[in-house]
Every structure is written in C-alpha cells, then in structure tokens.
Ligand binder design. Structure first.
Ligand SMILES: *Cc1c(COP(=O)(O)O)cnc(C)c1O
Length: 433
C-alpha cells in the first residue's frame, strides 16, 4: 500500500491528535538480534562515562554529590496521576531529566557523551594523556590549550546546543552552534554567555543541521555532531536504561511479564528517546512498552516509521508547518538511523497539540511542584493516550496486558526544564492557546 493510503496519514496531515500502534513490533529478542548495535555498545558508553567521572565532578561541581555521574531523580507522581482526568491503572512515576545537571535536559546524556568521547580520542592520539590515567588531567590549562586547536559544531533547536556548547566550552574547544528559527532566544543568550558562537538561521532544524555539517566539513580541525545520524549520541542516551533499572530496584519495583513497564518519551529527531528505548529493550525485552509522543505540527518520527520512508519524508511533505511551541520537538525530518533501529522495538506513538502542553505544565506544577518545559509535558499525552484511545486499549488487549495493569509502572520521561529562566517560566505559566 502506498503510504498516503494508510489511515493514520489523514489524522497526521490534518494535525489531529492521534494514536499509532506500530504494526512492525515483534518480540524484542528477534528484533535486537537483527541490529548491528547491541549491549556491548551501551556498555562501552557506560564505561567511558565512568572514566570521565573525575573530570565531570571537577569541572561541574553540581555533579560532585553523585561522584561525577550525570543522572536525574525518579519520582512518584501520585497527585498528578489522580489529576490526569483518565483512569491510569498502575503507578505513575516521572523521570526528571528536566533536572539533569549541566544541560538541564535529556541532551545532557547524549550530547555530553559525544563531546567527551571525541575529547578522549583526541587526547589519547595527541599524547595529552595515557589510557588508564586519571581523566582529571583534562581540567589542566595545558589541556584547554590543546583542545582550543579543535572545533566542535552542531545544529540544534536549542537544548542539544546547550549541552554540546557548555561541555565543549568547559574542555576548551572552539564551539559553534547552528540554531534553527525555533530556538528560544534565552537559549541563544545563555550560550553566548558561555563563549559559544551561535549562528542563527531563518530556516528549520534540518537547514541548521545541514549548514553546520557543511561548515564543519570545510574545517579539518572541526568535528560535527550529527543529531540525525550519530551513534555516539544514541549510545550516550542508551546508558540511561541501566541507571533507571537501579532506581527501580531501589524502589522495589519489579519489571517482568506480570509487572509491565510503560515508558512515554517526547520525541524530536529520535536520538534521545530512541537511545533510551533501545537501552530499555536490551534490559527488559518484551516487558517494557515504549511509546513516543510528538507534536501534531511536527510528528516526524511517526510519519517516517508509519510510511517506512524514515528520513526520506518530512512533515512538510504532508502539508504540516512544523511550527510548535514544543521547541525541543520541532523537527521536520526524523533520524533514519533511529527509525530503523526502532522499527521492531517501538510499541507506538501519540501526537499532541500545543495547548495541552501548557495545561499540563500548570497541572504538574500545581500538583507536584515540578517544573518542566513545554516539550517535556508531551509525555503525559502518552500516558493519557494509552488509556483513552481505542488503539491503546487494543494494544493492551493484543498483548494480554489487562490482567497485569494493576502492577504496571508508567514512566513519564520529563525531558527538559532546569535551565529555563524565571521570566520565561512565568511566561509559560500564563500561556493559554
Ligand atoms: C531534544 C529534546 C527531546 C527529543 O530528543 P530527540 O533526540 O530530538 O528526539 C525531547 N525533549 C526535549 C526537552 C528536548 O530538548
């Protein structure tokens, strides 16, 4: 069937909130075995972050209490669960990547990881440090002088730029962030304050990425961080799964066939949610059910996966503007790499309009005293969606989950917020669309 004849396309093109259950979902073992990425890649990333912990602790004192680990809390959301307006069976928790140190968003996972990996390779090759040496040496003036010979560039809607910009500047790299028109002004201002070169584009995210890619290609000393294709970013995100597993155990929460785990992840280009989903499927297999949530104006991953066209289709091709208040998700063309990895692993996806993001922003603040940025609030549209759309109920039916829902754990992955300045928070609190 030609993609345009698929029933989901009408809702997507009309920018109507909708639910999509992935017809390609198979058992996790088979799906994972067919991939050319695996548990060893995630372990490699985990070990690298552990090697860097002394450096991270020294350079970013806010991580000292965690020994240089960049991690976020997992919290119960009992009041929010009662206030959601749908009957959510099981227990609702939130993963507060909105509070991640250094970058204040999910991008602290992948973005920081890729910069550190690149720095490690340069430092080892350049004789700045030896393997197994304490990575704190990378805090030295000599190291800063060494890294200042190299440049890092990235295209971003904002948060990836913050993550890469702050980390690169801390190491001493020259760093340029190519920002799309959707990027919020405060994110650009914050980066400039940190000494980052911000290049602004009138166009969308893909244009900014393309410009960054070309700019970096012209400079042999420059490394381009490719949000659309990077496996390093992806593996940095995937490390989150093992960390979450430890937090679930601490709370005495089991994940198995009779205790299913549901995870709802706001999705832009796909790397963040895709990496985390991949890590979780490696750990929990068929016992974890992962759903992405995207804005109705920019459902690029759903469009790419449902059509099977991945990065070869953009939301503009079905007449959508791509313009959304969820700036972290304002991506018109998905990562083909991530879409293919997720083909048989993702349970489904939901779309959400902009207005409910602000309503949920206020609801979360009023019920739990937790602030998150508009993009992050998309997670709750996933929680509601599973219980309110017939597609969600059909999914539970098809996977024989109804009998176990009392034991289910639902995690709304709140992807950003800590760095939002007070005056912008106030503006969000009063935004009614
Ligand atoms: C980037 C971002 C996402 C999504 O990550 P992708 O890798 O672009 O899919 C979600 N929420 C926030 C706040 C983000 O900044």
């Amino acid at each position: 069937m030609y993609y345009s004849e698929l029933p989901i396309m009408r809702a997507l093109a009309a920018a109507e909130p909708c639910a999509w259950i992935n017809p390609g979902l198979t058992d996790a073992k088979t799906a994972l075995a067919a991939l050319d990425v695996g548990a060893a890649d995630v372990e490699d990333a985990r070990a690298r972050l552990a090697r860097f912990a002394p450096f991270i602790a020294r350079r970013f004192p806010e991580t000292q209490k965690d020994g240089g680990r960049i991690e976020s809390p997992l919290v119960a959301l009992a009041r929010m669960q009662r206030a959601l307006g749908v009957n959510v069976t099981g227990t609702l928790l939130a993963k507060l990547d909105s509070e991640l140190p250094i970058a204040g968003s999910i991008k602290a996972r992948g973005g920081i990881y890729e910069v550190l990996k690149h720095a490690e390779a340069l430092a080892l090759a350049g004789g700045l440090m030896r393997e197994n040496e304490d990575y704190e040496v990378l805090c030295s003036e000599q190291a800063r002088a060494f890294f200042s010979n190299y440049a890092i560039e990235v295209g971003s809607t904002g948060n990836l730029g913050l993550s890469i910009g702050i980390t690169s500047a801390a190491l001493g790299f020259r760093v340029s962030v190519h920002m799309s028109a959707d990027a919020r002004p405060w994110k650009k201002a914050l980066l400039r304050e940190k000494g980052v070169t911000v290049v602004e584009y009138a166009g969308n995210f893909s244009d900014a990425v393309e410009a960054g890619r070309e700019h970096a290609a012209a400079d042999p000393m420059s490394h381009f961080i490719d949000d659309e294709n990077s496996r390093d970013l992806f593996m940095g995100y995937a490390v989150a799964a093992g960390r979450l597993d430890a937090q679930l155990r601490e709370r005495g929460i089991q994940v198995n066939a009779s205790h299913p785990l549901f995870v709802y992840l706001p999705c832009g280009v796909g790397g963040g949610p895709g990496g985390i989903a991949f890590g979780l499927k490696l750990l929990y297999g068929d016992d974890v059910h992962v759903f992405f949530v995207e804005p109705t104006a920019s459902p690029c991953m759903l469009l790419g996966m449902a059509s099977g066209l991945h990065q070869a289709i953009s939301v503009a091709d079905i007449g959508l503007s791509g313009k959304t208040h969820a700036d972290g998700l304002a991506v018109g063309r998905p990562s083909g790499f991530v879409g293919r990895v997720m083909e048989h692993l993702l349970s489904g996806a939901f779309t959400v309009a902009d207005a409910p993001l602000y309503e949920d922003l206020r609801l979360l603040l009023n019920t739990e005293d937790i602030f998150a940025e508009p993009s992050a609030l998309a997670a709750f549209a996933g929680v509601r969606g599973l219980f309110s759309y017939p597609e969600g109920q059909a999914y539970l039916e098809a996977h024989h989950l109804h009998a176990h829902m009392q034991n289910a754990t639902h995690i709304a992955w709140l992807t950003g917020g800590a760095l939002v300045p007070d005056e912008v928070r106030r503006e969000y609190l009063h935004t009614v669309l």
